[in-house]
Write a protein that binds this ligand. Structure first.
Ligand code: FES
Length: 273
């Protein structure tokens, strides 16, 4: 039901109209379960991330130098001392602007235009269509061939920025080994590292990354290095959906852990120092 359609509702390719069904679908199974859980999962993350991004508290643990990814990089004079790993070239920010205002829009854009998330919200939020063999409520389908959805093509540019932000998150995780009392390892370090590991898996498994590494090549045999990188990226790429969900989870858990430790609600489990 998702092929391009003429204004009169007939298929642009075959000229035929849809099969006339009395209901939206003949399916009798619980086809609505996957889109429902997708909507709930995405909504939960969006609500949590939005609230936390504007909270301006519990984002930096001064004792163990844990910085939540939701506030990285923190470049403003409004950031608590120590949390700005790259200086504070930006003055005070009014409360309605998140301290990570430089990275959050790009990360949001990266995920919104991601091939997997597109599939997820086209089905679960826009019902276009919600499941196989379930008719969509929309009369027409123009795909991503014109505004606004043609903008989805900027995904490849978001990829480059997301790559840099993942480098920054990795840096945050590494410098966290150097706490107030010098080198140490706590559960927070493990949490930060696991998060950046999966952020790399998600970023490198991106379809745009696959194209960057191996796309537009006529002869793989003449580009053995790119071919090898492309092969590895392709292996990750088949798990892109899993990484998309895993990283939503690790981002929330990492932020929650830093929040609870930095506010003294729980204490960090220390392994060394
Ligand atoms: Fe999902 Fe690029 S991040 S396709």
């Amino acid at each position: 039901s998702s092929e391009a359609a003429n204004p009169d509702g007939t298929s642009a390719m075959t000229g035929r109209t849809r099969v006339a069904l009395t209901g939206r679908t003949l399916r009798t199974d619980r086809w609505w379960v996957p889109p429902l859980f997708t909507t709930l999962g995405l909504a939960a993350f969006v609500v949590y991330a939005t609230v936390r991004s504007f909270m301006r508290e519990g984002y930096w643990d001064a004792e163990h130098h844990y910085l939540t990814p939701f506030y990285s990089p923190c470049l403003s004079d409004s950031c608590v001392p120590g949390s700005s790993h790259f200086g504070t070239p930006i003055g005070e920010l009014p409360g309605f602007i998140p301290l990570a205002f430089l990275s959050l829009p790009f990360l949001l854009g990266f995920r919104l235009t991601c091939y997997y998330y597109r599939k997820a919200y086209y089905r679960s939020v826009w019902f276009a269509p919600p499941a196989c063999a379930v008719a969509e409520p929309h009369a027409r389908y123009t795909g991503e061939t014109r505004l606004p959805l043609i903008v989805q093509n900027v995904h490849r540019y978001f990829f480059y920025v997301a790559f840099v932000i993942t480098v920054i998150n990795t840096y945050d995780a590494i410098v966290a080994f150097d706490g107030e009392r010098g080198f140490g390892i706590g559960l927070g370090n493990v949490v930060l590292l696991v998060n950046v590991f999966f952020l790399w898996c998600y970023t490198l498994s991106c379809h745009s990354c696959r194209h960057v590494t191996g796309g537009r090549l006529k002869h793989f045999s003449k580009n053995p290095v790119r071919y090898r990188i492309w092969t590895q990226v392709s292996r990750l790429n088949v798990r892109h959906m899993q990484f998309a969900w895993i990283t939503l989870g690790t981002l929330v858990l990492t932020d929650l852990y830093v929040w609870l430790v930095s506010t003294g609600t729980i204490s960090d489990l220390r392994f060394i120092n």
